[in-house]
Design a protein around this ligand. Structure first.
Ligand code: FHN
Length: 501
């Protein structure tokens, strides 16, 4: 039975959308609209929630994304032919087209679930690896765009119970990660390529409206099922919400978000779930965040802290370029090194964001050897330096050319990515500040470092400078952290140390 509100809604909104399309504002500088308009479908929650789940979210620092599904079986190739260039990404391999695409490929793909035996799958092993890496939350794909559900959903036959593996993978993952103290967010793709009731365009005819109304009910039922089956989850990470059809259902998505939040107190939902009545996604037409955190940063990072406008956010990143699902062959691709990942992690946390690193296990449930390597190396670095990562905030200081600042109370951390050749780490602070570096040490060895006030003679400069001297014999081939204690300037002297310029 199709709920009347779905049908009424879809009829009423297709006209509205045609007349007012609003350019989305996410992943870039936020130009606040000059005038506010009255909206019915703006934010449901207040920005900057202070409840436990959101406090936990803004302190995670590092997360893990796992893309797993039947697309892991081909691993971005088939019978020795690479899908590179034929499909947009490894988890989009169902859409493989062009000269390299295997004959009758979609039919082959849609039968891969019959091979999904996941013989090496061990959720507890994944969770231990994530714990060792230092991840504080996991985003796990319950169902990607191909619609194959990794949980025993009652609303679609195309699910894990029809595969040789047969068991509830989502439950195993939620239980294993939660037991390791890692919060779980469920990734859910609205878009479903092979669902006959799905359509990308705004439904026009009575039949299309009925069909898409049926799809909306199906989507709601699956989300309520996930929320009820896995009460330990902390949130949903929605995807595939860009098509005009979904954007036209803004009353439905508004009601659905309210229903999910009512059923699951404390639920955290990002800005990628829905849009307002003008089709404005991530931020409504008045520039207000639609959801609990900005969820647009994917394979890119903000250049300036101000772009975030004080909102919580996360950035999701692949190790190979744009390969979320398993890619067997990484040759010929630039795959991010652990040093690259540390730089991106500290870039994100220095701007009050979380950095989420993606893993794409193969069809049997084994991580790629390149992912195992990064996970181990990153975990080794985090074991020594995570004090500068977890529970920190942006430091309101002039940017350093040497690395990233993070701050926790009067502890200031500088993660040095670029060691100065003269071993003088110069910290700029506003001249009128009451909090300057009064002590410094290397985080890993606790070795104290000499701090000197070093005004460098730019008489009209708004800043003053403190030099932290690195011992010549201190060697490091990776980013390292200097921990400083902020306090009142020891004394104002006119005999400033000669500048070492
Ligand atoms: O189309 C998907 C893609 O396959 C992948 O899941 C990423 C992960 O953030 N999200 C969409 C692209 O934005």
């Amino acid at each position: 039975m199709i709920k009347i509100f779905n049908l009424v809604l879809i009829c009423s909104t297709s006209l509205m959308l045609a007349s007012t399309t609003v350019q989305a504002q996410w992943t870039g500088p936020k130009e606040k609209p000059t005038q506010q308009v009255s909206l019915t479908y703006g934010p449901i929650t207040s920005a900057h929630r202070m409840d436990a789940n959101m406090e936990a979210f803004r302190n995670y620092g590092l997360g893990q994304f796992i893309h797993w599904g039947v697309y892991a079986i081909p691993g971005n190739e088939w019978e020795g032919v690479s899908a590179r260039g034929g499909a947009a990404a490894s988890e989009w391999i169902r859409s493989w087209g062009g000269a390299t695409a295997p004959k009758n490929w979609k039919n082959t793909y849609d039968n891969l679930y019959k091979q999904f035996a996941a013989k090496d799958f061990d959720a507890k092993k994944w969770a231990r690896q994530a714990k060792e890496m230092g991840a504080k939350y996991l985003i796990f794909t319950t169902k990607h765009h191909d619609g194959f559900a990794l949980w025993p959903t009652k609303y679609s036959e195309y699910n894990i119970t029809q595969s040789p593996y047969g068991k509830d993978i989502v439950k195993e993952v939620v239980d294993a990660y939660t037991a390791e103290g890692i919060d779980v967010y469920l990734y859910f793709s609205v878009l479903e390529w092979n669902n006959p009731d799905y359509m990308g365009k705004v439904p026009q005819t009575a039949e299309e409206k009925q069909r898409f109304g049926r799809f909306l009910d199906y989507t709601r039922n699956q989300l309520v099922e996930l929320s009820d089956n896995y009460p330990k989850i902390k949130g949903f990470w929605f995807d595939g919400t860009w098509d005009p059809s979904w954007k036209s259902a803004y009353d439905f998505t508004y009601q659905l978000e309210k229903e999910l939040r009512d059923r699951h107190p404390g639920l955290v939902i990002g800005s990628r779930f829905r849009n307002d009545e003008n089709g404005s996604r991530h931020f409504d037409t008045n520039g207000r965040l639609l959801g609990d955190y900005e969820q647009g940063w994917e394979r890119k990072l903000p250049q300036q802290f101000e772009w975030l406008d004080g909102n919580d956010w996360d950035a999701v990143m692949t190790i190979p370029p744009n390969g979320w699902g398993y890619m067997k062959d990484w040759s010929g691709l630039y795959t991010k090194t652990t040093d690259d990942i540390i730089d991106m992690l500290m870039h994100a946390v220095s701007m009050n964001g979380n950095f989420v690193l993606n893993f794409g296990p193969d069809g049997n449930g084994k991580m790629h050897v390149g992912e195992d390597k990064v996970s181990k190396e990153l975990g080794d670095w985090m074991k020594l330096n995570s004090e500068a990562v977890y529970g920190v905030r942006h430091a309101d200081l002039p940017l350093s050319k040497l690395g990233y600042y993070t701050q926790k109370g009067d502890d200031l951390y500088l993660t040095v990515m670029n060691r100065p050749v003269n071993d003088i780490v110069r910290i700029a602070v506003p001249k009128n500040t009451k909090a300057v570096p009064v002590r410094a040490s290397l985080l890993t060895t606790k070795q104290s470092l000499q701090v000197k006030h070093a005004d460098i003679g730019l008489d009209l400069d708004k800043n003053t400078y403190y030099d932290i001297l690195l011992p010549k014999k201190f060697k490091s081939n990776q980013a390292f952290v200097i921990k400083m204690k902020l306090g009142a300037p020891l004394s104002t002297t006119d005999k400033l140390m000669d500048a070492k310029m």
